[in-house]
Write a protein that binds this ligand. Sequence first.
Ligand code: BGC
Length: 385
Amino acid sequence: MNKKIKLISVLFIGLLMMFMTACGSSNETGGGSNDSGESSASKGNSGGVEVGIVLPTRDEPRWVQDEERFKAALAESEYNTEILFSQGSSANERENVETLINRGVDVLIIAPHDGAAAASSVAAAKAEGITVISYDRLVTDTDAVDYYVTFDSIAVGEAQGQYLIDNANGTGIPLYLYAGASSDNNAFLFFEGAWKVLQPKIADGTFVIANSSEAEALQAKADLTREEYGRILGQVTTNWDPSEAINKAQTQLTAASDDLKGDVAILAPNDGTARSIADVFAADNEITSYFITGQDAEIASIQYIIDGKQSMTVFKDVRTLVQDAIGMAIDVLDGKTPETTGSYNNGNVDVSAKQTNVIVVDQENVKSELIDSGYYEASQFTGLE
Ligand code: BGC
């Protein structure tokens, strides 16, 4: 009799454990997907996930582009992968990383929402023996990042600044400065690249800073410290948010004196914010013309460029970045050491990096660079000759 009770309770405990495991794993799936959606490019043959990918948000076309390009590239691969979005939240991001750790990934590819806040998440992954690849945005202040795949972000900013210089006519041109989020290391690199080329042209009177007292205070200085860049960014940040960019541009244009209107130049950090800022400037009767920069070659911005509403974008070929990231992940899975081209300091260590070049696109070359190259199809746009 006693034996029977023992057997029943062992069976019962066994069933209970199976039930709890099932609940646990379905919770993980829920946590990982948030309301952000989860997409899987897995083959589903071995069941486990070898490569986990975490992207910052689905709300910006830039990162949806990355997802699409990852899926296209992974369709050919034999490895199981999973892509999760963090929807602009470090807490979601942490959950996503934990989900992937629990799924047993060997490699984590992550574009952090907030570079410093992601440090503890990647440390948790590293502690499980997972190889961490920072994707496009660097995870900062940790030694838990193994590799970094990136575009040349200083070159992005230089190209934006140079475009404004090449199109500058005369002197005393009002220059409106905008930047990305201070929580993104790239925002500093873009601004630094732009400052490098623009500062001498501010010093010689070609441009007059229109919307940042911090930048004005530093305008005689070619090389700024991170803290000095931080002061300017604190004033001109859009937080990568198109609505915040609209509000900032509207407030600043309302406050601007007549000599800061007319023909102006605008340093906008990316396409999403560029379209918002361009709309505000286009609607102001006292703005007679503007040149405005961007980056990412988002479809909506390519249409803006064709329509003459945005002047340029910096095309960062996501296909190459995706290939580099997957190539690295596969090398790691195969026990090889990935090839790198340099390194980036993340405030804690030098992270071995593979860097990709960027291309300036405006009305002149939009067709050859983006359509003839097969990146987009002509049918996605109107008014393209
Ligand atoms: C990326 C840009 C993007 C921006 C906003 C940056 O880290 O490099 O391509 O536009 O984040 O998401």
